[in-house]
Ligand binder design. Structure first.
Ligand code: AMP
Length: 366
């Protein structure tokens, strides 16, 4: 039986392990927390992500190692790669962890990005502001996620506060894109180079955290889908990526701008568990374990609402046909993703009606 080692034991690791069971794949996770969500469904090594004893134990036990979050230290991924097969490759992590490398790669494959400028000092921020202007957003180059490590500037007078707010660390200043909507595309690439793509998803964020995803994104032309797929394939090929890769995009009319990528299964793909022929979790495992990829086609109109900060008390969320509650077993904390609800419908109108109801219930909890 194949054993997949997963660095990280969060909800993504949990859903990977759940999906693995159905494929006859065993999982072993590594997470510093003894009560991680994934530890509820798979054995776990409790250890830090840079603990070489723990990493070596994971590599020795696993046929293939993967990871479920993009801030795994690249040095740890390389350490693992000397001892086991690691997919996606450490290069995917390296690019996803650095906003400058990431945006440069997007530009190289022809995916437009917001005008940006690297900033490593207060003086460089002043210079960047002259070029990029306002409104703009200053983001840390590394370790930003869910809107953390970023601050908006509406006037050049905001520079001092912004530089302090990001912690005076290497950053980038980028123009604010007046987008019509935020989209994401999930691609999956197998070890033999074959690739498949899920339909573009529309995402609505609140306070920098994904709130609601709708699949397929409304009003997406086949041309826009093809463009997103072409760029994602090019990024995956450049990186030698194997597994799922998500790219977050801004849509401006028929134009796409690349914002960032995640070299892993992604929150905006949770709907695929119930709404696609093969879930993103199953396809990630299929890709890294040299199994044939499953169909990425949509099986129902889908939507997903994240439960952030608090979860519905027992039975207060009306679970009817087409409504699927997923809880991660995490303690409540503000801004923490504690679960999600997927809604599927035979048509967009039904889906939107139920999705609206579920979203309002979730909003009343927050
Ligand atoms: P990020 O951490 O880069 O994914 O940013 C979090 C969220 O902030 C995005 O999903 C957008 O809603 C918003 N955002 C980030 N960068 C920009 C930008 N250049 N223009 C407009 N909105 C942005």
């Amino acid at each position: 039986m194949t054993l997949v080692g997963i660095v990280g034991g969060g909800q993504l690791g949990m859903m990977l392990a759940e999906s693995a069971a159905g494929l006859g794949i065993e999982c072993l996770t590594l997470d510093p927390a003894p009560d991680s969500p994934a530890s509820r469904v798979a054995p776990a090594i409790v250890g830090a992500y840079d603990d070489e004893t723990a990493l070596a134990e994971l590599a020795a036990a696993a046929d293939v190692v993967t990871y479920e979050f993009e801030n795994v230290p690249v040095a740890s991924a390389r350490f693992l790669a000397e001892r086991a097969q690691v997919f996606p490759p450490p290069e995917s992590l390296e690019f996803a962890q650095d906003r400058v490398l990431e945006k440069t790669l997007f530009e190289e494959v022809g995916l437009a990005v917001a005008p940006f400028s690297p900033v490593s000092s207060r003086d460089e921020l002043a210079e960047a502001l002259e070029v990029i202007g306002v409104p703009s957003v200053l983001k840390t180059r590394h370790l930003g996620y869910d809107g953390k490590g970023q601050v908006r500037l509406v006037s050049v007078d905001d520079a001092d506060d912004a530089w302090r707010a990001v912690g005076q660390v290497p950053s980038i200043l980028e123009s604010l894109v007046p987008f019509d909507g935020e989209l994401s595309i999930l691609g999956v690439r197998a070890r033999d180079g074959r690739a498949a793509f899920y339909p573009l998803v529309e995402n609505v964020h609140r306070d920098g955290i994904l709130r609601v995803s709708t699949a397929p994104a409304p009003d997406v032309t086949p041309e826009l889908q093809a463009t997103a797929e072409r760029h994602t394939l090019a990024v995956m090929e450049r990186l030698g990526h194997v597994g799922v890769l998500a790219i977050e995009l801004f849509q401006v009319g028929e134009e796409l701008f690349g914002n960032e990528m995640a070299p892993r299964v992604h929150n905006s793909g949770h709907w695929t568990i119930e709404g696609a022929a093969t879930s993103q979790f199953e396809n990630h495992l299929r890709a890294i374990c040299e199994m044939e990829l499953g169909s990425t086609s949509l099986s129902a109109y889908s939507g997903m609402v994240n439960l952030i900060g608090s979860v519905p008390p027992d039975r207060s969320l009306e679970i009817g046909p087409g409504v699927h509650l997923h809880l991660y077993g995490k303690a409540s904390r503000p801004r923490r993703k504690l679960g999600h609800v997927t809604v599927i419908g035979a048509d967009p109108v039904t889906r939107d009606r139920v999705l609206g109801r579920v979203t309002r219930t979730a909003d009343n909890l927050a």
